[in-house]
Write a protein that binds this ligand. Structure first.
Ligand SMILES: [Zn+2]
Length: 65
């Protein structure tokens, strides 16, 4: 009949799950940066992806607290 039949509609729940973890993902990236900073004395800034040092980001000035 139509080619549309080949494109299965995604369940609504999977679309919802794409959006829910955004807050957790940011928190996880900050935690990951903090762990890397503790372990190696440097990490990638989760905000600007610059170089993060113990005192904060050398590029954008963000600090992990
Ligand atoms: Zn930064």
């Amino acid at each position: 009949m139509t080619a549309l039949a080949a494109e299965a509609p995604a369940p609504a729940i999977s679309a919802k799950r794409l959006f829910e973890p955004s807050e957790v993902t940011l928190e996880d990236s900050i935690l990951g940066a903090w762990e890397a900073l503790t372990a190696r004395d440097r990490a990638e800034c989760p905000v600007c992806h610059g170089e993060l040092e113990r005192g904060g980001c050398a590029t954008c000035g963000s600090s992990l607290s």
